[in-house]
Every structure is written in structure tokens, then in C-alpha cells.
Design a protein around this ligand. Structure first.
Ligand SMILES: Cc1ncc(COP(=O)(O)O)c(C=O)c1O
Length: 388
């Protein structure tokens, strides 16, 4: 019962944080289900940065947003967001879209013909999680390129380009940060070498920069410095930047105009969209400035996990807000540990295809006190599985 008691101090020292209590209707591996009228349980939710809820400032901006019909580009708040996003990425133009998946799909649709080839680092989000939109809607195929923790080697890209010279259109696809690679940032130098290969071959580059501001923060550069080596960039407002909805696709005006038409084709044209665009403006202006805190928390979590029996982790692999660790087989698999952790009030995700892998994601609703509390819970759970 104690472990289910409300955690004191959660989010208490941050004016913008919303209290993170949740009606305790969590099922668990042991079959317990707690009804909200029985107990209110506070959880530490590190499944993803998509769980972040809009800040108070965002909610106020949404309430006060000036709006118009975005279908005819008459929504002043959406226009302001798009101009701001384009400026932050050093691009001519930008368009507000519903999600990262939609922004990525529009990048393929606006730059590839049917039969085109998308050249992406292995294990990219578009390959394993975007429901084959590039294939079924764009009519493109995907060539997966070997990569080191999501960072492709420019010579591998060159090799793939040589193998695919017959294709009418091609698009080089980078993910920065790379999710399954471990939240790994692709450096300005690598981006530049890949851009050189792309220019030589007259092939455009798209960056799935869902977390490009995390990459820029880790690398100590401006997002513009990374975007400079891509034709188009998609970034999410709704992940670590905490807006409730939306992504941006930025690039040359001509490409973005094409994307605007295509967005209508796929049903992504919205109307008084300023009510959500307003949160996106706060996300860019304010939330991009605090990401180091999330990275520091991910490092603190990794440093603590090193000392927990049953967990394997290379703390030097942690760069940004994503952290992958592994359950030693003696302790069962990740699913078993995750179920017990859930019961203890700590939520994390399965870390991809490896059944031993767990992913933790830090974000603005996670404080250092949460990290300390989560580490205690993780240690307790693993001790319960296998007392030392
Ligand atoms: C690297 C990456 N790209 C694209 C997406 C898709 O974004 P959305 O969920 O907004 O469609 C995600 C979502 O987690 C992601 O991690």
C-alpha cells in the first residue's frame, strides 16, 4: 500500500509542471487493478516524451490565440508559427502538420516520384513505425543503409547511391536524433559529409528531426547548423517540446508549397488551427531552451542503473533524453520487469526488437527527484525478482 501512496514533491518545484497524479486504474502482471475511487497513485512516466502535457503558458496561449481559416492561409497564429519555425531552421518556408508521421510522409510525397528510392539508416522510425506510408502512398521503396547507432557512414550512403542509380528519384533520409540508435545525435560534420555525397549525386536530403532540438542541445550547436545540410527537415512540437499536437516540415518554398497541396490530399488541412499552433510557438520559444535538463536527468538515471544488479547499461551511450538498458537474462525478460515496474508506479517502454531491452525517456515532467525515486523502485523490483 505504501508504494502506491501519493509521491510527495513530484513536480512541486516547477511552476509550469502539472501534478502528475493519475487515477490508479493500472492493471498489472499480478492481476491487481486499482480503481480510482480506491486510491490515487502517482506515476513516473518515462515511456516516451509524447506523454508531456501542455504547460500553463501553452494553455493560456491556446485560449487567447487569434485564428482564421488555415486552408486559405488566413490563420495568423499558424502563419506566425510557420515563420518562426522556418527562421529557427534557416529554411525558406515551413508548414504546420498534424504529426511527425505526416510531416515525414509529406517529405517523401513532395520529393519522390512513384518508384523512387528512399535511402535511410537502418532501424529508422520510418522503416519500423510509420506503417509503410512511403510505400503505399508514395509508391517508393526503402533501401536500408548500415549505420552505427543510427549514424550512417557517408561511404555507405555513397555505396547505396551507386546501387540505386537506376531509380528516377531518390531521397537520402537521416534521423536526428536517432530513436532506436539510442537517442544518438548525428553531428554537423557527418551531416556535412552526407550532404556532400548528396549534392554530388543530385539527391535531396530529408531529416526526420523529430528531436532535432535535442540533437542541437547535445552537440552544442544551433538547430540551423544541422538543418543547413538538409533540403527538408521535420521536427515534432509534441515530443520533448511538450506541445499537445503537431509537427513542422521546413524546406525550400517550392517544396513546401507542394507539401501544402499534398497535405490537403491526405486530409491534413485544418481550419482554425491557431488554437494548437499557439502552443507550438511556446514550444519553440521556451521549451527548446530547457532540454539540457532532460539530458542531465537521463545521465543521472544511467549512472544509477549501472549499480543495479540485473541491469546492463553503457552509461557512455546516453547522449540525449532517450536511454536504453538491458535486463540480464537471469532476471527474466524486459516485459516481466516492465510489468513489475508498472505496478510499482514507474512506466517505461520496451526498447524495440530486443526482448531484453527497456527504454526510458526523460522529459519536462520528470524531475531529478523522480529519477531518484525511480531508481529506488527499479532496484526493489529487481531484488524481488532475484534476491542477491
Ligand atoms: C524518430 C521519430 N520519427 C517520427 C516519429 C513520428 O511522430 P508522430 O508520433 O508525431 O507521428 C516519432 C515518434 O515517436 C519518432 O520517434
Amino acid at each position: 500500500m505504501d508504494r502506491l501512496a501519493h509521491r510527495s514533491g513530484r513536480g512541486g518545484n516547477r511552476p509550469e509542471a502539472h501534478r502528475f497524479t493519475q487515477s490508479a486504474t493500472l492493471g498489472s502482471s499480478t492481476g491487481d487493478t486499482y480503481r480510482s475511487d480506491q486510491i490515487v497513485k502517482s506515476v513516473i512516466d518515462m515511456r516516451s516524451d509524447v506523454v508531456t502535457r501542455p504547460t500553463d503558458e501553452m494553455r493560456r496561449a491556446m485560449y487567447e490565440a487569434e485564428v482564421g481559416n488555415d486552408g486559405s492561409q488566413e490563420d495568423p497564429t499558424a502563419e506566425r508559427l510557420q515563420a518562426l519555425a522556418a527562421e529557427r531552421l534557416g529554411k525558406e518556408s515551413a508548414i504546420f502538420v498534424t504529426s511527425g508521421t505526416q510531416g515525414n510522409l509529406l517529405a517523401t510525397l513532395s520529393q519522390l516520384e512513384p518508384g523512387g528510392v528512399l535511402i535511410a539508416a537502418e532501424n529508422s522510425h520510418i522503416e519500423y513505425a510509420e506503417r509503410d506510408g512511403y510505400k503505399t502512398i508514395t509508391g517508393a521503396t526503402l533501401e536500408s543503409t548500415r549505420a552505427e547507432r543510427g549514424v550512417p557512414n557517408p561511404s555507405e550512403i555513397r555505396g547505396t547511391l551507386e546501387r540505386t542509380t537506376g531509380a528516377q528519384t531518390r531521397l537520402i533520409w537521416l534521423e536526428n536524433t536517432h530513436n532506436l540508435g539510442g537517442g544518438t545525435a548525428v553531428s554537423v560534420e557527418i551531416m556535412k559529409s552526407i550532404a556532400d555525397v548528396a549534392v554530388e549525386n543530385l539527391v535531396p536530403v530529408h531529416v526526420d528531426g523529430s528531436r532535432i532540438f535535442n540533437a542541437a542541445t547535445y552537440l552544442g550547436v544551433d538547430a540551423k547548423d544541422l538543418a543547413a545540410y538538409a533540403d527538408t527537415v521535420q521536427f515534432c512540437l509534441s515530443k520533448g517540446l511538450a506541445a499537445p499536437i503537431g509537427s513542422i516540415l521546413a524546406g525550400p518554398a517550392e517544396t513546401i508549397d507542394r507539401a501544402r497541396n499534398l497535405r490537403q490530399m491526405i486530409g491534413g488541412q485544418m481550419r482554425q488551427v491557431g488554437v494548437i499552433a499557439a502552443a507550438g510557438i511556446v514550444a519553440i520559444e521556451k521549451m527548446t531552451l530547457r532540454l539540457q535538463e532532460d539530458h542531465d536527468n537521463a545521465h543521472a538515471l544511467a549512472d544509477g542503473l549501472v549499480d543495479i544488479s540485473g541491469i546492463e547499461i553503457d552509461p557512455t551511450s546516453v547522449q540525449t533524453n532517450l536511454l536504453y538498458c538491458y535486463v540480464k537474462p537471469d532476471f527474466g525478460d524486459a516485459a516481466g520487469v516492465l510489468a513489475r515496474l508498472r505496478n510499482a508506479g514507474v512506466l517505461a517502454g520496451g526498447g524495440g526488437p530486443d526482448p531484453q531491452s527497456i527504454r526510458f525517456v526523460t522529459h519536462y515532467e520528470i524531475t531529478r527527484a523522480d529519477i531518484d525515486a525511480a531508481l529506488k523502485d527499479i532496484e526493489t523490483v529487481l531484488r524481488e525478482i532475484r534476491p542477491s
